[in-house]
Design a protein around this ligand. Structure first.
Ligand code: NI
Length: 177
């Protein structure tokens, strides 16, 4: 196992966040493996619950979901990090839910956006296996947030009204009340 690097996070305004990410053709490519390892390490060291490759300046269709309770998301469920390569949304629920999100690429801000309650997705694992899974609730929300990064979107694109945006300090007061 090689040395892992802490990657720097692209912030809103950087063009890489607005590009459509490339499909990964060779899952077993060393460069791809390195990106995934470094993304896992970077996510572990941050208070994020997900990360997409364009956020670390690699415009590939790779995302990680790694929900865990932490200072930024105290109520997040705990799960083992899951790496999804070339993910696709196959099916969505009719029902959508509103909740607060944040993004490592947009520090200091939270916004309340609507997401599908349940989604069915297919993807390739880092070992090259094709998988289909159903995600619900907060995990489904993380997926939809990270998937946006692969198609050049960010979560604040979904904000319906500017009073649904809050600076982090005030957000903490909103969720406590
Ligand atoms: Ni994000």
């Amino acid at each position: 196992m090689g040395k892992k690097s802490l990657l720097s996070i692209a912030k809103l305004g950087n063009k890489v966040l607005r590009k459509k990410a490339k499909k990964v053709r060779d899952i077993h490519n060393r460069k791809i493996k390195r990106i995934i390892d470094d993304m896992l390490y970077t996510l572990k060291k941050s208070n994020g619950v997900g990360l997409a490759a364009p956020q670390v300046y690699h415009s590939y269709q790779i995302l990680i979901i790694a929900s865990k309770p932490n200072a930024r998301y105290p109520n997040a469920p705990l799960m083992k990090p899951r790496v999804l390569i070339n993910p696709k949304i196959i099916k969505t629920s009719k029902k959508k839910l509103h909740d607060w999100e944040g993004c490592l690429s947009i520090p200091g801000i939270r916004a309340n956006v609507s997401r599908y309650k349940k989604i069915k997705v297919s993807y390739t694992t880092p070992k090259g296996k094709e998988k289909t899974i159903t995600l619900k609730g907060f995990i489904a929300r993380i997926f939809q947030h990270e998937y946006d990064h692969l198609i050049g979107k960010v979560y604040i694109d979904h904000v319906k009204s500017s009073d649904m945006v809050s600076e982090e300090y005030y957000f903490k007061r909103i969720v406590k009340s």
